[in-house]
Design a protein around this ligand. Structure first.
Ligand SMILES: NC(=O)c1ccc[n+]([C@@H]2O[C@H](COP(=O)([O-])OP(=O)(O)OC[C@H]3O[C@@H](n4cnc5c(N)ncnc54)[C@H](O)[C@@H]3O)[C@@H](O)[C@H]2O)c1
Length: 272
């Protein structure tokens, strides 16, 4: 058997598809011959990414969808099925943290508002669950598919400060295992569910934590990250793509229910 990374003709749905990491995934999958549905809370941004892809000869649509609203996801699913007819790959990328759910000199854990924690937990965890209910059902009916959840380093050993985000991403890992088994036992052994846990990539989401806005230098946290990343640098969004193509394709046909760290060695290093 020859190993195939070929994705030509497949259909991918990517939530948070207008964001920094997932828009890069959308572009690269489209270049690999995948028809891409870019779902995002901000429909105009999703359409912009889709237009960029179609201008280069790829197949893409931008669809407004809220991963916390099942009806909105069902409408998005109907649109995707009308345009592309099936769903082979689902990337649950919508997620993020917010300042109000993060401890700091001005915010102790004891004072973090419940609503802020709930916001972060819902977006990262419930958004993944709800989206998998809607698009996972399409895969269950088809009898095939690859779901890729976007976890985080903070899911393995929690990072300081981001309490709700860490808990939510840990829940995403647990759900990745649970739904992988459920799909196989109840629907098809041709459905696989995995996650990637990106290490530290400098993006809009974490810029305020890692770079001093006044000086442009690394914050103490930024310095600590680089010191604890054996490769000594932040990752780049495009460095996630190899794993995405591998997990989406038949090249990973026996890989199921796992969380792949993409972290420059961060999770392998004890600091000593
Ligand atoms: N940036 C990093 O270093 C890093 C590291 C580890 C994990 N992650 C994870 O990767 C994923 C993408 O992160 P990013 O850095 O590209 O973030 P980003 O903020 O650039 O993108 C997130 C996208 O999700 C969309 N979104 C927000 N709420 C939504 C909702 N309710 N419904 C649909 N879409 C919604 C936003 O509009 C945005 O386009 C997230 O799950 C994040 O937690 C990021």
């Amino acid at each position: 058997m020859s190993v195939s990374f070929d994705l030509t003709g497949k259909v991918a749905v990517i939530t948070g598809g207008a964001g920094i990491l997932c828009s890069e995934m959308a572009r690269q999958l489209a270049e690999s011959g995948v028809s891409v549905a870019i779902l995002d809370l901000f429909g105009d941004k999703a359409e912009k990414v889709a237009e960029e892809i179609t201008a280069k000869g790829g197949r893409a649509i931008g669809v407004q969808a809220d991963v916390l609203d099942k009806n909105s996801l069902i409408n998005a699913r109907d649109r995707v099925l009308k345009e592309f007819g099936r769903v082979d790959i689902l990337i649950n990328g919508a997620g993020g943290n917010k300042k109000e759910a993060t401890t700091s000199d001005d915010m102790s854990f004891f004072d973090i508002p419940l609503e802020a924690l709930q916001w972060v937990f819902n977006l990262n965890f419930m958004g993944t669950v709800l989206t998998t209910q809607v698009f996972g059902r399409v895969m269950a009916e088809q009898g095939s598919g690859s779901i890729i959840n976007i976890s985080s380093m903070s899911s393995l050993t929690p990072l300081t400060r981001v309490v709700g985000y860490s808990a939510a991403k840990a829940a995403v890992n647990n759900f990745t295992q649970w739904i992988a088994v459920y799909m196989n036992q109840n629907y098809s052994t041709n459905i696989r569910v995995n996650a990637i846990a990106p290490g530290f990539l400098l993006t809009q989401q974490n810029y305020y934590l890692l770079v001093d806005e006044k000086t442009g230098q690394d914050t103490e946290r930024g310095k600590a990250i680089k010191k604890n990343t054996p490769m000594g640098r932040y990752g780049k969004p495009e460095e996630l793509i190899g794993a995405i193509i591998w997990l989406a394709s038949d090249a990973s046909s026996f890989v199921n229910g796992v969380v792949i760290p993409i972290d420059g060695g961060f999770s392998a290093f004890s600091g000593v």
